[in-house]
Every structure is written in C-alpha cells, then in structure tokens.
Design a protein around this ligand. Structure first.
Ligand code: HEC
Length: 114
C-alpha cells in the first residue's frame, strides 16, 4: 500500500511537470514570434507569398524581397506599414500587436535609422 501511494504521488508529480504552461519565450525571440504570428503568412522567404512576391516586383531585385533579409528599413517605416497597411496588407491594431511587441518586431527586422 505504501509503495502504491508512492507510485501515485510520482505519477501526479510527473503530470504536474507535463502540464506546466509553456514558458515565456526569451526576450530576444519575441520579435520573431510576432513576425511568425502576423507577418510570415505573407512575408516569409518562400514562393507564393503575397507580400514577398509584391516586394520582389516592387524592387525588381535591388532589395531582398523577404522582409527578414532586409537591413535597410527605418523603424518608423516598418511601424507606418504595420499600423496603416498597404494594398492587401491589413493595418494591425494595438490589441493585435502592442507597441511593445512592435518595438521587438522592429528590432527583429534589424531596423535602423539612416
Ligand atoms: C495579407 C498579407 C500581408 C500581411 C499579413 C502582412 N503584409 Fe506587409 N505587405 C504585404 C504586401 C502585399 C505589401 C506590399 C507591397 C508593395 O508591393 O508595395 C506589404 C508591404 C509591407 C512593407 C513595405 C515594404 C516596402 O519596402 O515597401 C512592410 C514594411 C511590411 N509589409 C511589413 C509587414 C509586417 C511587419 C507585417 C506583420 C506585422 C506584415 N507586413 C504583414 C502583405 C502583407
């Protein structure tokens, strides 16, 4: 009986560990997480992505078509498009992408003032 309750206790302990909620991502990874959640569906570096294809046509190869490969975008430029949208790109509200997340997204996209 004693052994049985020990086993049950250990099983419960295992369950507690297994059901622990996912840990918060590292601060450095949050920008990528935001990109993957909201932008990658159109801007991933892959074929048939509306954003990537549109930017390939816009720049004709003079700049990378995939946003994650760009290093030329000023923070204000990215923020403008995220908050206002363009063509089929929707504007994102602060309830979707908070200002804090937008800062991390901008960092992730290596934005720099020129
Ligand atoms: C529904 C598809 C879609 C989603 C989702 C989307 N975009 Fe876009 N985005 C586009 C398209 C299409 C363009 C178009 C451009 C053009 O040809 O001018 C664009 C343009 C941009 C530009 C302007 C780039 C330039 O050099 O002109 C930026 C910056 C941008 N998107 C950032 C983002 C970010 C950051 C996210 C996620 C928060 C995002 N977009 C989500 C479709 C999308």
């Amino acid at each position: 009986m004693k052994t049985n309750s020990f086993i049950v206790l250990m099983m419960l302990a295992g369950l507690a560990v297994a059901s622990e909620p996912a840990r918060d991502v590292q601060p450095g990874q949050r920008g990528k997480q935001v990109f993957d959640q909201w932008c990658a569906i159109c801007h991933a570096a892959a074929p048939r992505m509306p954003g990537t294809a549109s930017l390939a046509a816009k720049y004709g190869g003079s700049l990378p078509a995939a946003l994650e490969e760009r290093t030329d975008m000023p923070p204000a430029f990215i923020k403008y498009f995220v908050r206002n949208g363009v063509l089929i790109m929707p504007a994102f509200r602060k309830t979707e992408i908070t200002d804090a997340d937008l800062e991390l997204l901008v960092d992730y996209l290596k934005a720099k003032d020129q």
